[in-house]
Design a protein around this ligand. Sequence first.
Ligand SMILES: *[C@@H]1O[C@H](CO)[C@@H](O)[C@H](O)[C@H]1NC(C)=O
Length: 411
Amino acid sequence: MRFTSFAIISSSLAVLVAAGPIVEKRASFSLQNGKDAQKLNAKFSSLSASSSCQSGEVACIKGAFAQCVNNQFVTTPCSGGLTCVALPLVNSPGTSITCDTEQDAADRIARTGASGGLRGRDLESRASFTLQNGRDAQALNRKFQSLNANSACQEGENACVNGGFAQCVAGKFVAVPCNTGLTCFALPLVLSPGTSLVCDTQADAQARIAATGAGGIFGRDEPELEARAAKAPAACKAKKREDFTERSEDAPLVRRIAQTDLGAVAQSWQDLCLKSGGDLQTGDPCVQLAGINGINALLANADPCAQQDNADAMIKFAKSKGIKNKQALIDNAIKYAKHPRNALNINGVVPSTPFCQRAPKNAELKGVVRAQLNGVDPGLFGAPNIAIFPFGQAGSCPFGKTPNTSTCTCK
Ligand SMILES: *[C@@H]1O[C@H](CO)[C@@H](O)[C@H](O)[C@H]1NC(C)=O
């Protein structure tokens, strides 16, 4: 038995050894050789037979091998199917100029780890609009993250909505899902200024935007953007939960946390209101305070105090003339004031919703705190209309409480 398992181990070792040579070990100079070869090939593409040169210099001119004699290039064509290229040396630092197929030359350069093909795509060889195209694509991708099927739009406008390709028809986005494994992204055009919306893999989209020099799909790995981004205190990061979204392109993005029970929350107060015996005519209070203002105050864009103000208005109604179920209305208003608000993904973060920073009008609401949804970032606060700020600033604790950033708690 023992012997058998030993035999199995040694045969799997043999497999590993056989797989070894596939990973080529690169010398310390390999990448530099590759980049140097790319630079030469880029330079050669601008040479002609009348270019000035130094005697003894070798180059490639329009695919032919060229040597400088008496300050003039003398060219020798490569034989059939081959073209003159600069290649990285393999065993020592440097490059060589030789006749090769374009494919083999590109492979040899790629094997050094230098990306961008035969001539590379270093900054100098990028078009003047390339970087801007990348940044424009990033800005669009950031904007698209905040859109949903109910977002307002302009007739004919195109966008990516919930990962699908969407067009604005009659003021609403109509989205067509991408095929399995693909997601709608804004990508930079390559040959002219502009962007296009394409169903693509995340990896390819990332590579295309990175190739412009702009950084990641949403621009978040751009150092300056990263520096501007709010940083959560370490104590809050330690509190991170399983379902918590990181500012990372690898993590699946939580688009938004929308609650399905908002209608029921509003309905329960509205029902109590309708049978309260109070003045239901002036200002249509039951519908206004529940279904309209009540729900609006729980959406991601609401003012941080809108929910408390609405709960105050509910209690004011409960205390008004002719009300038969005052306590039930007040209890329900308190429950409403504790309800979490929707949270939206903003540039890859689902921030906690900022707290109202003034006292409620009614004593019943004193110390009553809105809950935060599971899955929001405990260290970052914000909303689509409020720039993201870290725990510790005003609004990261309920009114009357002070944030302690070393524990990420409010006291
Ligand atoms: C924050 O909490 C820690 C640990 O409880 C405590 O030692 C520290 O004094 C608190 N800081 C402030 C500013 O209250």
